[in-house]
Design a protein around this ligand. Structure first.
Ligand code: FPP
Length: 241
């Protein structure tokens, strides 16, 4: 794609903590799940905006390892929403060049849902327009712990020497091993926390905390944040030349 010389590069990988669904619903006197359904519609809008903004990778935090602490009704409602979303969107995602991956621990998820996740990954594996990663039963510390377990197993089995372990080694064992690190992490709903999201991967990411509740987050706001990113200088700890 042609880029005029004055155009600063936008983010290639954007990760989003989609927060505020519950408050959005509450403000309308509706159950929390009403907010989650409205939030799911926003995911589609943001995915659609990605190609036009040069965003090749989009990662969204759909369910955290801590979210099991919510009421059983909310957890069950979210799981059912994920199943229905996958069933409803598979064809559209496939036909529109979106490659979907899931990160997180699948062990606690029900078999029906993991089967749908596997099928969606398989059905979209040849797509390359936008790489959408959905974090489901994901926690950054849990991911690092699971990665370390795999790494330790490789050491125990003699495939890896402890002296060869460096900063490049651990990322190869993370759920995100095939993804670049996020350039920009957005969190909605006014909370300025990273809540265990992509802890290792976001070491050098830019952060944007916006007040908008996720169901109100529009493609236009997403575009504004991506353009804003283009205006920043990232130095990775170095002094500018
Ligand atoms: C946070 O809002 C949101 C979640 C825990 C769930 C996110 C899920 C979606 C946006 C729906 C579907 C996603 C996909 C990929 C299909 P909250 O409930 O914590 O809101 P609150 O802070 O106002 O209570």
């Amino acid at each position: 794609m042609f880029n005029p010389p004055h155009t600063l590069a936008g983010p290639r990988h954007v990760a989003i903590i989609m927060d505020g669904n519950g408050r959005w619903a509450q403000a309308r006197g509706r159950p929390r799940l009403f907010g989650h359904h409205a939030g799911a519609r926003r995911v589609r809008e943001v995915v659609e905006a990605c190609p036009g903004l040069g965003v090749k990778y989009l990662t969204v935090f759909a369910f955290s390892t801590e979210n099991w602490k919510r009421t059983q009704a909310e957890v069950a409602g979210l799981m059912s929403l994920f199943r229905r979303y996958i069933i409803k969107e598979t064809q559209t995602l496939k036909e529109n060049g979106i490659r979907v991956r899931f990160i997180g621990d699948r062990v606690r998820l029900d078999a029906k849902l993991t089967a749908l996740m596997d099928t969606l990954e398989e059905e979209t594996k040849d797509n390359d327009l936008v790489h959408l990663t959905v974090a489901l039963n994901y926690g950054g510390r849990d991911e690092v712990a699971r990665a370390t377990k795999r790494l330790a197993r490789d050491v125990a089995e003699g495939h890896l020497r402890p002296e060869d372990v460096d900063e490049e080694t651990l990322p190869k064992y993370l759920d995100t091993r095939v993804l670049p690190d996020p350039d920009l992490v957005i969190r909605t709903s006014g909370e300025a926390r990273i809540s265990n999201f992509l802890l290792w991967q976001s070491a050098y990411s830019e952060y944007e905390f916006v007040d908008t509740l996720w169901p109100d987050f529009t493609a236009a706001e997403f575009e504004g944040l991506c353009r804003n990113f283009g205006g920043r200088e990232r130095r990775y700890g170095a002094v500018p030349a």
